[in-house]
Design a protein around this ligand. Structure first.
Ligand code: H2U
Ligand code: ZN
Length: 341
């Protein structure tokens, strides 16, 4: 048998942000596909859709009218998963049945008044206004004493559960820490305690040195396929400077962040000539009033498409029962994305 080669042979990679492993099987992408073929053609949409509940001036499902907003628009989700006035309490039985009440605030953010755009079609200066709003919302919601964590995210494409093609995202702010950011907190703080530098600063230095998984970079941000990526074309956006949240980012950095998001989403759209679906989200320090010197802001993009616009990755079988698994290597995914810059 020849010696171990991570581009050829099955192996497990460690995700230091979550403290979890992922199984990588490079040779498996050669298997035939006779499963479902989905249609993801880029649809043509009007600039304004009178039936859209997010377009300016239109009436939403709860009867409220949207203003004639000129750039971005934020409102409290009419069907919020978390409410600020739900009763507090807990339920336990026999130590094994446990429930705690949860409070929070859910908001919807329209990225643009234009119904027909996505982040990749928008001008960088327009995307910066989305970053401005994310920053303001993180600070405003995070300052509330009952809010411990603010999750900003976007579901794009019906395959990712987006309910409307109008460019929009969501914010869920809540009283307790959800699982993944809680794990990232433990991993990053432990790393900082031991090394005196942030986990992502050291990780980014390694990636820049290896230079095999970088997709796009500018003065302040780098987008790359993480070594431990699970989704086929998963990426992570990491600021070169170590800071914990959007409250610490200046105007130039916000513009650079908008630039990297525009380039990344454009590359995605070019990959399979489609409006590329994904779930993307910002991970930032908790807002529970404690100090988190190890926290390093970053953004994850989790796109489900595998080998074309019609073949999608599902987390089934082994992934559901055992651990995440991927077929193409992160290095080959990065190479394909980089080629489309
Ligand atoms: P998604 O496309 O990711 O589902 O986000 C859209 C959100 O918009 C969704 O959470 C909310 C839904 O509850 N919404 C309103 O708040 N008002 C409406 O009139 C329709 C949809
Ligand atoms: Zn619309």
């Amino acid at each position: 048998m020849n010696s171990f080669d991570i581009t050829e042979h099955s192996h497990r990679r460690f995700n230091p942000l979550l403290g979890e492993w992922v199984l990588v099987s490079p040779h498996r992408s050669k298997r035939p596909w006779q499963g479902q073929q989905e249609s993801t053609e880029k649809d043509t949409r009007p600039e304004y859709d009178p039936t859209c509940y997010l377009c300016p001036g239109n009436v939403r499902a709860n009867g409220e009218a949207n203003p004639q907003y000129p750039s971005t628009f934020v409102f409290t989700n009419d069907f919020a998963a978390l409410q600020s006035d739900s009763p507090s309490g807990s339920f336990t039985k026999g130590g094994l049945l446990q429930a705690e009440s949860e409070r929070g605030i859910c908001k919807v953010i329209c990225f643009s008044p234009r119904h027909d755009l996505t982040l990749s079609d928008m001008e960088t200066t327009e995307i910066k206004k989305v970053v401005d709003l994310w920053q303001a919302q993180y600070l405003e919601l995070g300052a509330m004493p009952e809010i411990s964590y603010v999750q900003i995210f976007e579901n794009k494409g019906s395959v990712m559960g987006s309910s409307n093609p109008h460019p929009h995202g969501q914010i869920w702010a809540q009283s307790s820490m959800p699982g993944d950011p809680a794990r990232e907190t433990v991993q990053q703080e432990n790393y900082f305690q031991e090394n005196g530098r942030s986990l992502l600063s050291d990780y980014l230095a390694l990636e820049l040195e290896e230079n095999t998984r970088i997709v796009a970079e500018n003065e302040f941000f780098v987008a790359l396929v993480p070594f431990w990526a699970v989704w086929p074309f998963e990426t992570i956006v990491i600021p070169r400077r170590h800071f914990a949240h959007l409250g610490e980012i200046n105007e130039d950095e916000k513009l650079a962040y908008a630039d990297i998001m525009k380039r990344l989403s454009s590359v995605y759209d070019r990959l399979f000539q489609t409006s590329f679906p994904y779930s993307a989200g910002l991970h930032q320090a908790p807002t529970d009033g404690r100090d988190y010197p190890g926290w390093h802001l970053h953004m994850h993009f989790y796109p489900p498409l595998l080998r074309s616009a019609s073949v999608k990755k599902f987390m089934v079988g082994y992934e559901l029962m055992a651990e995440p698994q991927r077929d193409i290597t992160p290095e080959s995914a990065a190479e394909r994305l980089r080629a489309l810059l």
